[in-house]
Design a protein around this ligand. Structure first.
Ligand code: ADP
Ligand code: MG
Length: 423
């Protein structure tokens, strides 16, 4: 045993000696290089710490500039029938090195580029998407009202993003899970759930008992606007939520309509009333999660009669939504046109200047959808442009261009400073 140990020691010693000799054999310039490398490493460490601090600062500046309206684009993967035919080419691309950019090739072969707060590619997961909006959900604990919309043509992935299949849940369930499990320390949180549908400018209570679907109206009350008679139920677990949303979904299809077709022609709102009590002080917030009706244009559907009326009502409410967001972003606009549609009238207390608004613009990658995709992206850009204007007192073209430039510069800085991509 001792002998083996001694032999081992001798071997180690020999190795050490060889290494020392090698080191001594290095030319002086090599030693110099080594020293410089060590110094550089120390410098890098220091500037890394500095950059991290700067990153935080830039991030905060960015939040102020961007205001309370965010836009996130999400492109779904091709669905089976698109890949099967082989004929439907992908029209959507993601310019390298530009996180918030997405480009679409139009029917004439021209590439149009759009820029948002974030862009999620076809491979994105529900968890990644939720992570991007989680801070918004959490701000409900602080008493901020929040509206999250999914906008896009039928089949672009709105329901996938908001509801998601049972084995891959989307925003509704993840938001509720956050509200149940991520409450601030020492806080008592109570959540109430309502589920409504806005169809042909009527509001329908989807959680009403016994399969009745009472029509509701928005009324002005002392504290704001409310919907008298709307079912609002305490929820404490995801199982409960699951049961209730199933009930709501079933109510939605009453009337012999094909569920899918019907659901694409109405707006679905999951409304959460969140009450957070810390040290005897209660804060209330409303979180509206909205799966909007399909944004496809009338001309393509060739609608007549009832279909035409539905389509006109959808056009009206979606453009009213765009107008309200536009007015919100102008600090000094006297008038926000909430009354132009049931949807905006219903949501008006949560669509105030103090609320936080997030728009998902869902798009299809398919070439056959390119013109609808461009329309959706243009709508979303309009929301975002006005949102940028919110940061300045004079939201005119020059200010807007300046703000955009500043944001682009800040984002570039952020990208350059990023220690590691993603989290
Ligand atoms: P919309 O609600 O906008 O009409 P859906 O959410 O119903 O669209 O999506 C249309 C189809 O595409 C569905 O079959 C859905 O499962 C699929 N899909 C949408 N988004 C995704 C995604 N991110 N990943 C996988 N499949 C998706
Ligand atoms: Mg849908």
């Amino acid at each position: 045993g001792d002998c083996a140990a001694a032999l081992g020691d001798a071997a180690a010693l020999r190795e050490q000696l060889a290494a020392n000799q090698k080191l001594r054999a290095l030319d002086p310039p090599d030693v110099e290089t080594l020293r410089r490398a060590v110094a550089e490493a120390a410098e890098a460490q220091e500037s890394y710490a500095l950059e991290r601090a700067r990153r935080r600062e830039i991030g905060e500046k960015l939040a102020v500039l961007q205001g309370n309206i965010r836009v996130i684009a999400r492109c779904r993967p091709p669905v089976a029938c698109e890949t099967a035919s082989g004929a439907d080419v992908c029209a959507v691309s993601f310019p390298a090195g530009c996180d918030g950019d997405v480009a679409v090739t139009n029917d004439a072969g021209l590439k149009q580029r759009f820029e948002y707060d974030a862009v999620f590619k076809p491979g994105s997961t529900q968890a990644e998407v939720f992570e991007a909006i989680c801070p918004l959900v959490q701000s409900a604990f602080d008493g901020f009202s929040v509206c999250i919309f999914a906008y896009g043509q039928t089949g672009s992935g709105k329901t996938h993003t908001m509801e998601g299949p049972p084995d891959d849940r989307g925003v509704y369930f993840r938001a509720l899970r956050e509200l149940f499990h991520a409450r601030p320390p020492g806080a008592a949180v109570a959540v109430k759930l309502s589920m409504l549908e806005v169809y042909n400018e009527t509001i329908i209570d989807l959680l009403a008992e016994g399969g009745s679907r009472p029509k509701l109206e928005v009324r002005q009350t002392g504290a704001g606007h409310s919907v008298p008679g709307l079912t609002s139920l305490d929820v404490e677990s995801l199982d409960e939520v699951q049961r209730l949303t199933e009930r709501g979904g079933a109510n939605r299809s009453v009337g012999g309509h094909d569920l899918n077709a019907r659901s694409s022609r109405s707006h679905l709102i999951v409304a959460l009333d969140v009450s957070t009590t810390v040290d005897g002080t209660e804060r209330r917030a409303r979180l509206n999660l909205v799966d909007l009706a399909g944004s496809e244009r009338l001309s393509r559907t060739g609608a007549t009669g009832d279909r035409l009326k539905e389509a006109q009502n959808i056009n009206k409410s979606l453009s009213a939504l765009g107008d309200v967001i536009a007015a919100l972003a102008k600090k000094h606009a006297a008038h926000v046109p909430y009354r132009n549609s049931k949807l905006t009238f219903l949501l008006q207390d949560s669509l105030s200047r103090h609320a936080k608004v997030l728009m998902f613009v869902n798009i299809s990658p398919a070439e056959s959808n390119a013109s609808e995709t461009i329309c959706s992206l243009a709508f979303a850009s309009r929301c975002r442009d006005v949102a940028l204007g919110a940061a300045s007192n004079k939201p005119d073209a020059i200010e807007l261009a300046k703000a955009k430039q500043e944001i682009r510069a800040l984002k570039a800085k952020l990208a350059a400073a990023a220690p590691a991509k993603g989290r």
